[in-house]
Design a protein around this ligand. Structure first.
Ligand code: B3K
Ligand code: ZN
Length: 864
């Protein structure tokens, strides 16, 4: 497969500014007529080359006359033409029923649905499938009226009618120019939830939410979230919705979370449907966040879009930043920030350390779908956040304003965005731009000295960059580092002349040193407040100093982070120690958390976060080489000790709150979080009547958070009880696929010796199907990503199991296969034996006949 390079970008040879589409929906032979108004772009005599895949071409007409002068390949249609402006009519047939890739137009569970981003439109019709070709669309959909009463597309409904053969048709018109990746069509029978939103300028927008029949009761939260997002974007960014109607359709078969098609978002039902019985607090949170994310794309992505796919972070980084700000405003900012940082540390750092490392604006791509990554999205958002920090909120918003003024209705680059920020603020961002081109996780080495005689404290910050897989040379970046200094009474020092206690250093040289005068004793630095940059910080803290930062830092994030470092250090230090040394070091670490667990001042949410151990994935990323078994073991050891030491506290935290009828409301969310954490610890501590507690909570729960809380806890303890509860859960939720996914996932990450046999049985479960991405992610994805003992079993069976599965999935759904292969290509840090076993399986997959571009790209990069 061909490698595409960012440096090779050329303007399109032809432009299309209007499209008339007509679909006659028939299961295996859908007819598509696409009439494009084409103009030559510039003066040249090149032919028109259209993209197309898996399309059966019926006819090509130019200005009403059938053309013969064209050539077809598997992926293109070349038309020789010397006219400069013409109408191109292409008629073709596609097969939605047999389209299991869920890209292009597909028919699943009785509904037709499209997914065009990144390059799926070419599976629908021959077209200039690139984001810098912007057109208005008129779409006519014809289908059977009984089975497909709703026929939806982008924009406004303009006309409809019945046909004699039981069919009907509806016409849509989208007045906003858009690239074809934002095209959408949905046809099916749904329940419809309707509402209205009045914009700041007084326009009334119709809101329509389409869900599976019978699911109306689960749609309210999504609709409420949409209204909150619409309001928030007006107040915070001054951005108002533009069309008269906003539609969201929830479907069960979808490759990702959701898609921001103009005026017609398509959602994975997982990110729409919620009620107390079936959705957890986390589900409620995610729904609100994803609904907002897609809505925010209407401006950042749709009104201003990407010139080419290398610029994906232009819309994704910015939109993730916007949805994170929104979520922080809707609930606890600190818990939100911690969650964002966990994604960076667990997954983005892992990507940087792997063969798939790439800058937030990649330079080379084989399959674009492989680049919807935590780097482009989440690190991309961190880069925007740094701009926000460096320019201040006012400066940032001025930049945003200029960006829309300049580029509304256009397809632009990341550079254009930074230029707007630069011009609006009169600030040189040339060095900052390197964040877009440089991959890897910077390391900040901090050293300090204190002189008791002169009372001078010096602190030096050094940025270090290590080579990544695809990029050896690195340059210095601009890194905002927010920090404060604490004295030994845990008070923050005033820094500089002002009474400011926090400084932001703009680190842009290799090393920068700051001096502070009249400092009474050597202070402890509290570093990287709010995770002010996506970096690793290295300062030689003692455990005692970390304890002080955890208790005394003015920044809540830094407090949490210090606690995480205390735990991490302890876990990493356990390996290679005698039993006595281990016990002592564990006891010392745990003792430092006593003031936290007993504190009444700290918010419950932060408390629960501080008392949660760093995940295995976070710990893994802290090391250069990892002894998997030892790390897993040590983490469990500390987990258990924490459970036992604080057993009485866990019990009192567990019983501290009175149960109220379920509501998704912050105080309740925090309490459930703390209670379910306590329940886990109680289970691990083998608290005498824990079985009773678990059973009681399970039987009395009026909500999914508390039911799953029990299962998550029981999974850590006695397997017998876990099995019994799981069985009961399955019987109750057998008919509810979204709930059953939680059950599949719990099974998949259970630590048991017969895990592969168990998963094989579950693959035969009547509700499991390889065709549904949610099922595959729940069962197979969870196993790969989270079942450390099973996946990394030193006998290699875990890797082989996954490889066997991916070979099958390659044929069904390459995009999902390429997602799930991620842990298998991240072999760089594990021991030699495992490295070889992993590579062996990668080679096996690589040898598969008909290997997709998606898997090919990841495998070929990751094999040495
Ligand atoms: N833009 C889509 C993602 C498309 C993924 C294509 N493989 C959803 C989002 O980021 O909002
Ligand atoms: Zn997005």
């Amino acid at each position: 497969p061909a490698v595409k390079k960012r440096a090779d970008y050329r303007q399109p040879d032809f432009l299309i500014d209007h499209v008339d589409l007509e679909f006659t929906l028939i299961e295996t032979t859908t007819k598509v007529i696409c009439i494009s108004k084409v103009t030559r772009n510039g003066s040249h005599n090149k032919p028109l080359i259209l993209d197309g895949e898996g399309i059966q071409l019926s006819s090509v007409c130019i200005n009403g006359t059938e053309a013969a002068d064209y050539q077809q390949t598997d992926t293109s249609l070349t038309i020789d033409i010397d006219t400069d402006t013409f109408e191109l009519r292409i008629e073709s047939i596609i097969n939605p029923k047999d389209n299991s890739s869920l890209e292009g137009l597909y028919l699943q569970a009785g509904a037709y649905c499209t997914q065009c981003e990144a390059e799926g439109f070419r599976k629908i019709t021959y077209f200039l499938d690139r984001p810098d070709v912007l057109a208005t669309y008129d779409v006519k959909i014809i289908a059977d009226k009984v089975n497909f009463p709703f026929l939806l597309s982008n924009g406004n409904k303009v006309d409809s009618g019945d046909l004699s053969d039981g069919k009907h048709w509806i016409k849509w018109s989208d007045p906003f120019k858009k690239p074809c990746y934002l095209f959408a069509l949905v046809a099916g029978d749904f329940d419809l939830l309707e509402d209205k939103f009045v914009t700041q300028s007084g326009r009334t927008i119709a809101l329509e939410l389409f869900v599976d029949k019978g699911m109306l009761g689960r749609g309210q939260h999504a609709l409420d979230s949409l209204k909150k997002a619409m309001k928030w974007d007006e107040t915070e960014f001054g951005l108002e919705y533009d069309l008269d109607i906003y539609m969201i359709v929830a479907v069960d078969f979808f490759n990702m979370g959701a898609m921001e098609n103009k005026g017609l978002n398509v959602f994975n039902s997982k990110f729409v449907l919620a009620d107390a019985q079936t959705a957890t607090d986390e589900d409620y949170f995610n729904i609100e966040a994803v609904i907002a994310h897609e809505y925010f794309h209407n401006w950042t992505g749709n009104r201003v879009t990407c010139r080419d796919w290398f610029q994906l972070s232009l819309k994704e980084g910015l939109t993730v930043f916007r949805d994170q700000q929104f979520s922080a405003d809707m609930s606890s900012p600190i818990v939100n920030r911690i969650q964002n940082v966990k994604v960076i540390r667990e997954r983005q750092f892992a990507e940087d350390a792997s063969a798939m490392s790439h800058p937030i604006r990649p330079d080379e791509v084989i399959e674009m779908n492989n680049f919807y990554t935590v780097t482009v999205y989440d690190k991309g958002s961190e880069v925007i956040r740094m701009l926000f920090t460096l320019l201040s909120k006012t400066g940032f918003l001025a930049g945003i304003k200029l960006y829309f003024k300049r580029f509304d209705g256009q397809a632009v680059t990341c550079d254009d965005f930074v230029q707007a920020m630069e011009d609006a603020n009169d600030k040189d961002l040339s060095q900052f731009r390197r964040w877009y081109s440089q991959s890897g996780t910077p390391q900040i080495v901090v050293t300090d000295t204190y002189d008791a005689i002169s009372k001078i404290y010096r602190i030096a910050f050094e940025q270090k960059h290590i080579a990544t897989f695809e990029q050896k040379e690195k340059q210095n970046l601009v890194i905002p580092i927010q920090f404060s200094l604490l004295n030994d009474k845990l008070e923050s020092l005033n820094l500089g002349d002002t009474d400011q206690q926090q400084l932001t250093l703009e680190l842009n040289e290799t090393q920068q040193c700051l001096e502070f005068y009249n400092v009474e004793s050597k202070p402890i630095p509290s570093l990287l407040h709010g995770f002010s940059a996506p970096v690793k910080v290295d300062y030689p803290y003692t455990q005692q100093q970390l304890g002080n930062v955890m208790l005394g830092s003015p920044d809540e994030f830094a407090r949490w982070d210090a606690g995480q470092q205390l735990f991490s250090n302890c876990i990493h230090n356990l390996a290679g120690k005698t039993e006595l040394q281990q016990t002592t070091s564990i006891a010392e670490t745990i003792a430092m958390f006593e003031p936290i667990i007993e504190s009444k001042d700290i918010s419950l949410a932060l408390k629960a976060e501080i008392l949660t151990l760093p995940s295995f994935e976070t710990l893994f990323q802290q090391l250069d080489t990892v002894n998997i078994d030892a790390l897993n073991q040590s983490r469990k050891q500390l987990f258990k000790a924490l459970a036992q030491t604080f057993q009485a506290n866990w019990l009192s935290h567990y019983s501290a709150f009175e149960k109220q009828p379920y509501a998704y409301q912050s105080q309740q969310v925090e309490q459930r979080k703390m209670q379910n954490l306590a329940l886990k610890y109680l289970t691990l501590s083998a608290q005498p009547d824990v079985e009773q507690l678990l059973t009681q909570q399970f039987n009395n729960a009026d909500n999914m958070t508390d039911s799953l809380g029990v299962l998550g806890a029981a999974q850590l303890g006695d397997l017998d009880l876990f099995e019994r509860l799981m069985l009961a859960f399955e019987q109750k939720w057998h008919a509810d696929p979204l709930v059953l996914d939680k059950w599949f996932a719990l099974h998949a990450n259970t630590d048991r010796s017969d895990i592969l046999a168990r998963i094989s049985i579950l693959m035969g479960h009547s509700r499991f199907t390889i065709n549904n991405p949610n099922r595959v992610r729940a069962l197979i994805g969870t196993f790969c990503f989270f079942n450390v003992a099973g996946f990394h079993n030193i006998d290699g069976t875990g890797y082989k199991f996954v490889a066997d599965y991916l070979i099958k999935l390659n044929e069904v759904n390459p995009q999902i296969a390429a997602r799930i292969i991620t842990p298998l290509i991240q072999w760089q840090k594990v021991d030699k034996t495992r490295q070889q076993l992993m590579q062996l399986q990668l080679m096996r997959i690589g040898d598969t006949k008909g290997l997709s571009k998606d898997l090919f790209e990841k495998i070929s990069k990751s094999l040495p």
